[in-house]
Design a protein around this ligand. Sequence first.
Ligand code: GDP
Ligand code: IMO
Ligand code: MG
Length: 431
Amino acid sequence: MSSVIVVGTQWGDEGKGKVVDLLSESADFIVRFQGGNNAGHTLVVGDKKFILHLVPSGILHRNKTCCIGNGVVLDPGVLLGEIEKLRSHQVQVDPNNLVISGQAHVIMTYHREVDNARELRKGKGKIGTTGRGIGPCYEDKASRAGIRIHELVNPKLFTEKLKVNLEEKNFYLEKFLGAKPLDYDQIADEYLAYGEQLRPYVGNVSQLLEKARRQDKNILFEGAQGTHLDIDHGTYPFVTSSNAVAGGACCGAGVGPTHIDTVLGICKAYTTRVGGGPFPTELEDAIGMHLQQEGAEFGSTTGRPRRCGWLDMVVLRNAARLNGLTSLTITKLDVLTGLEDIRIATSYVHEASAMETFPFECYTLEKCDPSYESFPGWSEDISSARDFSDLPVKTQRYLRAIEELAEVPLSIVSVGPGRNQTILLKNPFEI
Ligand code: GDP
Ligand code: IMO
Ligand code: MG
């Protein structure tokens, strides 16, 4: 029996979906614990590609239970659409293999409207959110005005809460944001229908996981976003609205920290970021373009081009501390193929002084310049490597340098988007 948390170490899109799909083979339960459909997790199996926003990335495997924990904010229309799409590809998704926590919060139409109207109003200073209503939904959760899944599936409770909430939201939308007010009947009809469809999926995820643990099952927690988008520890205010760090798995699924065995950090061999906010190693030159093109760095949720830059060890070490990483995966190593010189930022320079650690606020980070260490690149195609020894010596050296600088042992190397394009050094469930 083992419990493994998978987290992104950078600013999201590290390849968490691919790794969770891969590790689901060894897991019995796969659990999303925070975020919502701002996430876009890509799974490539054979010639099929799936982009999942809410359904856990274990869904392609038979005889597994996928769970959506209490920490998730759930847009019911998006979830039902995703379920339909998976079914059209002959993937089983039903209450036998998908359980939704009754305590998860519902993303309402007004959350999306507020998110978008606010971004519009902010203009240049916008966060660059995904526009999915994530922030406004978590706001309602914190202010205790949120509607939870167990209320969505109870028409009486739902309509009562909707009435009260909509009055306030319409006032805010109209009078402050200058947007159109929303119609009660339309929202009520739409969401009551969602409630009917989702009722069979609702359960108690925390209790289910406790039972699984007592039966010696393997549990895989699937993080969304990344450490530096975490509401507390990320580059605030250019962050998402949930705790994307490993600790979030305990709160967001209802499990105690003593029941976690391994925390696996997923790190791209370079860095990307979507939306606004500081990014010290960003490259706005031919190399940045190379990474964007070769890595197909376009958002899986919004299609926006991702900003690209060198690997940042200050960022990775920060993630190692915040998550208590015990194991490391490097993804998209193949994207670096063909570059003569590969760089890793090992520290920053801030106002003429060296800085080894990640500042806890944005104003300092904006003024940090990276100090780089250079590594010789390789030109061989590595996408069919399946064993560490299949990699060119220069590639092996680059990986070992990352492992040493991060002080976290490497367990998985990904050399292509496909499930099988992977070098497994150590199965995180067997650590
Ligand atoms: P996530 O949000 O962390 O799950 O990552 P995304 O799915 O948003 O973005 C990662 C992208 O890189 C997806 O298009 C994956 O199919 C792709 N990918 C994952 N691992 C690799 C890899 O090792 N090499 C290449 N070339 N692509 C990869
Ligand atoms: P996955 O799970 C990359 C970014 C948005 C924006 C900020 C806030 O695929 O790694 P939000 O809509 O959450 O209020 O937006 O966070 N963001 C992501 N960037 N990958 C993600 O998820 C992201 N989820 C949110 O671009 O900058
Ligand atoms: Mg993504």
